[in-house]
Ligand binder design. Structure first.
Ligand SMILES: Cc1ncc(COP(=O)(O)O)c(C=O)c1O
Length: 399
């Protein structure tokens, strides 16, 4: 058994090891974090790191909705988990509005996207089952799979032949049930899952399909319904997950699908059952945000125009981009040390864009992940592109 003091030493060594590999992480105080330009440690920074794609987190209507809710007496907190005391009418209204918007039978609100993924995967799958997951799926999907105890088949990123091979292998082994799970938009690359091909394979091999639309709802498709709707295959997806913490500019998440599937989750998803409900004041803000998202065609158009311009300019400058089709636009630099240096130089020049390093991305694939907002001013974006190019030359990433 380890002596107590060994723990202090071990933690120190672990942190030291991360520092040696340029993998130290820092928490920092930021003001006006939901705005296109924020302030950090006395510096004014163009925020190119935010998931607040439509700029709604700072929208006055959301603050107004929250203020009105408090005045109506809904309270700042929830009394219990939803299955104990029950929920306010606002929550029932939100769930029916979400179901309407997603054209699904029902929707269920979760505390956040991480908990939704954990809850769904551990509820659907057990030790006798198999799950097929894109190698670049979000950490919350990986953790949900671990919790479920199911056999985990990781397929190469967007590689449908590899997915099919795994499905065949699982059938040969006589696996009980199969679930395919994928991000719709991959959070560190900004590229899209080949959902049509996945639907074909799901039907061919009798698997269920769970799609995480965290980065696509609000941004992609008519009324911001997400990628599956945009491709016309939403009905073939058994469960959809979307979060309110990104384009919605609020907090929380939902899962939508057929009535009986949602009823099953209410009985089995432990991250839904054993946690306090989202505060009603938050639910009110989400309802208002849903209205803004549905009416946000113009915001989506501005956003996509800016993204296209940003991608084209960086590509022409010689940076290595991913296949991004979304507001997540990374430049892949390779080594953590170069990426960290690049990110620090950006901050010196007034641009906030984080260095994404292993284990969040594979070794040798460290990158600067830029993300754009509809509310960024065109002039600021142009100026940022100029600075990124200049630092690219300084760091010898481009010639
Ligand atoms: C693809 C994906 N799924 C799930 C989550 C988790 O969502 P949330 O931030 O609401 O917990 C995130 C973001 O962090 C994400 O990028």
């Amino acid at each position: 058994m380890r002596a107590v003091n060994d723990w202090d030493q071990w933690i120190e060594e672990e942190l030291g090891r991360r520092a040696e590999q340029d993998l130290t992480r820092e928490l920092r105080v930021v003001t006006e974090s939901s705005q296109p330009v924020c302030r950090r440690e006395g510096k004014t920074l163009l925020n190119l790191s935010s998931n607040n794609y439509l700029g709604l987190a700072g929208h006055p209507q959301l603050a107004e909705a929250m203020g009105e809710a408090i005045e109506r007496g809904v309270g700042a907190g929830s009394p219990s988990s939803r299955l104990i005391v029950g929920h306010e009418e606002e929550t029932a209204l939100l769930e029916s509005e979400l179901a309407n918007w997603q054209k699904s039978e029902e929707a269920l609100v979760f505390g956040n996207g991480y908990m939704a993924n954990l809850g769904v995967l551990s509820a659907l799958l057990g030790r006798e089952d198999a799950v097929f997951s894109d190698r670049f799926n979000h950490a919350s999907i990986v953790d949900g799979i671990r919790l479920s105890g199911a056999t985990h088949y990781r397929y190469r990123h967007r590689d449908m032949d590899h997915l099919e091979n795994h499905l065949k292998k699982a059938d040969q082994k006589g696996i009980r049930r199969k679930v395919i799970v994928t991000d719709a938009v991959f959070s560190m690359d900004g590229d899209l899952a080949p959902l049509q091909e996945i639907v074909y394979l799901k039907e061919r091999y009798g698997a269920a399909l769970f799609v995480d639309e965290a980065h696509s709802v609000g941004v992609v498709g008519t009324q911001g319904r997400g990628l599956a709707h945009d491709l016309g295959i939403a009905e073939q997806v058994d469960l959809h997950m979307g979060t309110f913490s990104k384009a919605f500019g609020v907090y929380g998440a939902y899962v939508s699908g057929k009535r009986e599937w949602i009823r099953y989750l209410i009985h089995t998803a432990r991250s839904f059952i054993y946690t306090t409900a989202l505060p009603p004041v938050m639910i009110t803000a989400i309802r208002r945000s849903l209205q803004l998202v549905k009416q946000g065609a113009l915001l989506r158009q501005y956003l996509m125009g800016k993204c296209r311009y940003f991608r084209e300019e960086l590509s022409q400058a010689g940076f290595r981009l991913t296949d991004s089709m979304t507001p997540i636009i990374p430049i892949v630099l390779g080594e953590s040390s170069t990426t960290l240096q690049f990110s620090k130089r950006l901050v010196d020049c007034g641009v906030l864009a984080v260095a994404i390093r292993p284990p969040t991305v594979p070794k040798g694939e460290a990158r600067i992940r830029f993300s754009l907002m509809a509310s960024h001013r065109d002039g600021d974006v142009q100026e940022a592109i100029r600075k990124i190019g200049q630092i690219g030359h300084e760091c010898k990433v481009i010639t």
